[in-house]
Design a protein around this ligand. Structure first.
Ligand code: HMG
Ligand code: MG
Length: 293
């Protein structure tokens, strides 16, 4: 069984030029849950000046019709974000670090070391409240500012986040530059400090490599995948980055290989076309395009 983390409502919508009303975001989240997606990143409690698209995450959490068995999570860069997430009723939070110093500065305005200090506070507060914390490491396959990222820096970030108590670290190919053998190599190195269940793959599809790269990880028994409905989004601090690999494309591949996801693909395709209609954008999922009726 593969575990999918649906990123559309957060990683997707944080980088769409159209401002989506909170009610539409909540409807998106509800419809994704109805398709069988059980881990949904529903928003982000970051500075509204940095990411205006996520400024209404409180309202979104308030409007979701919670479905049993679904975890609704949110990004929290610091204690202020954590307090907001708790007040809004998030089930789980995520802290996000980078393997590249330059990216850390651009994305969260502090060094990697400072970010870990902030996350220490968040993780301690989360532990007190029994809230699970997921970690992200960005730029694991390359950085838009510094280029190559040494594997040792990726490993160090994973170790720090696991030591803080993150139950899993999601590895971000933030600008989608990795290729399958490189991904295999980097993931093998990561597996020297983490179990397959402690790692997730968060691949953006900028260069069209994401599905092939996911296969490299599946071969290493990493079975948690982040994906975004319709391939929505990108990263606002990584110029030219396109969205996460489309959830529909991942599911089509997995089902075709006989792997279960628990997600209803035709229903998800319908949601995918609906949200693209709301955004007035082209659907970036090949599978959704092919299955359009
Ligand atoms: P800063 O400006 O250094 O923060 O930003 P500060 O602590 O100096 O505070 C400055 C102002 O921000 C203050 O307001 C704070 O109250 C406010 P003022 O007094 O000036 O009016 N502030 C906040 N407001 C609301 N919620 C908060 C919060 N924190 C401070 N939580 C900060 C530092 C981290 C806040 C900022 O840089 C930020 O919000 N960055 C977020 C960037 C972001 O969301 N990027 C996208 C998500 S990461 C991603 O997409 C990658 C990922 O998908 C993996 C991958 O693909 O690689 C996860
Ligand atoms: Mg991302």
């Amino acid at each position: 069984m593969i575990t999918l983390y649906e990123m559309g409502a957060r990683d997707g919508l944080q980088n769409e030029p159209v401002m989506v009303p909170a009610a539409v975001k909540a409807e998106l989240i509800d419809r994704l849950a109805q398709c069988g997606l059980q881990h949904i990143e529903a928003g982000s409690f970051v500075s509204p000046r940095w990411i205006p698209q996520m400024a209404d995450s409180e309202a979104v959490f308030g409007l979701i019709k919670r479905q049993a068995g679904v975890t609704y999570s949110a990004l929290t860069p610091n204690m202020q974000g954590f307090e907001r997430a708790m007040a809004a009723g998030a089930d789980e939070v995520a802290v996000f670090a980078a393997a590249s110093e330059a990216f850390s500065q651009k994305n969260i305005n502090c060094s990697i070391r400072e970010s870990i200090q902030r996350f220490t506070q968040v993780c301690e507060a989360a532990r007190d409240k029994n809230i699970p914390v997921r970690g992200y490491v960005s730029t694991v396959m390359g950085c838009p500012y510094q280029g190559k990222v040494p594997e040792a820096d990726v490993v160090m970030a994973i170790e720090e986040l696991l030591a803080l108590g993150c139950y899993q670290v999601s590895l971000g190919d933030t600008i989608g530059v990795g290729t399958p053998r490189q991904v295999s190599q980097v993931l093998k190195t990561c597996l020297s400090v983490a179990s397959p269940a402690q790692l997730a793959m968060h691949f953006h599809d900028t260069y069209g490599q994401a599905l092939a790269n996911l296969l490299s990880g599946l071969e290493l028994d990493i079975t948690t995948i982040d994906a975004s409905v319709a391939g929505l989004g990108g990263c606002p601090y990584a110029k030219g980055a396109s969205g996460n690999v489309a959830t529909e494309d991942v599911i089509y591949m997995l089902h075709g290989m006989g792997m279960d996801t628990g997600v209803d693909l035709p229903q998800l395709v319908a949601v995918s076309h609906w949200i693209c209609g709301q955004l007035e954008c082209q659907n970036r999922s090949k599978v959704a395009q092919a299955m359009e009726t």
